[in-house]
Design a protein around this ligand. Structure first.
Ligand code: 5RP
Length: 218
């Protein structure tokens, strides 16, 4: 299968959720980039976009889409972003690109979160993909110890700094049978700024793209 085509099918279907005059929250990653390109073609219909990363901001500006700050806009009608893993219950793992904190902020500040993935991201249970955690640099060791305490296998993402000046620790082997519960536990580790489980605020609509069509879960 042509994965670019699958991403395109999902991103194209997300355009249906845009209303005239919306300010659209925009995610980060290769699938979100396909959506940004499509957004560029209909930019006359929207008032602007809120970016979830510096890279997304740069791409939006390149297409001359007005970029607004979340503090100016208040609640957004729509957020569109990709994911590293997704279940049909619309639970996600995100943060493969390291933008999870801003992504979770914008998703939580949006009325509708439309997640767009190619079909290879669909799983029955989350967890084959390691959970990214954004961590304040001074807390890297203490957070890693807390993760080992939860039976996790943490690994520092070497040579990577987030847009917020933090590091990413990728964790395997967490128990993700109950994603909202694990997300809550991880939220309570001091120094862990944000974790990549999106279950307390799942996607409202999940669009899984194939070459010929897109499947919708809502
Ligand atoms: C970035 C993300 C991305 O949405 C996730 O990594 C998926 O990226 P891609 O669409 O390139 O597979 O969470 O932080």
């Amino acid at each position: 299968m042509n994965l670019e085509l699958c991403k395109h099918k999902a991103a194209e279907a997300a355009l249906d959720y845009i209303s005239l005059g919306d300010v659209v929250g925009v995610g980060t990653g290769s699938t979100a980039n396909v959506f940004i390109d499509l957004l560029g073609r209909i930019k006359g219909r929207i008032d602007g976009a809120v970016a979830s990363s510096n890279e997304t901001k740069r791409r939006l500006r390149e297409l001359r889409i007005p970029v607004l700050e979340l503090n100016q806009t208040g609640v957004l009608p729509l957020y569109v972003d990709g994911a590293d893993e997704a279940t049909k219950h619309r639970y996600l793992i995100k943060g493969g690109g390291g933008a999870l904190t801003r992504e979770k902020i914008v998703a939580t500040a949006s009325e509708i979160f439309v997640c767009i993935v190619d079909y290879t991201k669909m799983v029955d249970v989350l967890g084959a993909f390691p959970v990214p955690i954004e961590v304040m640099p001074m807390a890297q060791s203490s957070v890693s110890r807390a993760l080992v305490g939860r039976k996790g296998w943490p690994q520092l993402r070497t040579g990577f700094t987030t847009d917020n000046g933090n590091v990413i620790v990728d964790v395997r082997n967490l128990d993700l049978v109950d994603p909202p519960a694990e997300e809550s536990h991880l939220n309570n580790i001091p120094g862990a700024v944000c974790n990549g489980i999106f279950a307390l605020r799942p996607a409202d609509v999940l669009i899984s793209g194939n070459e010929n069509h897109a499947d919708l879960y809502r």
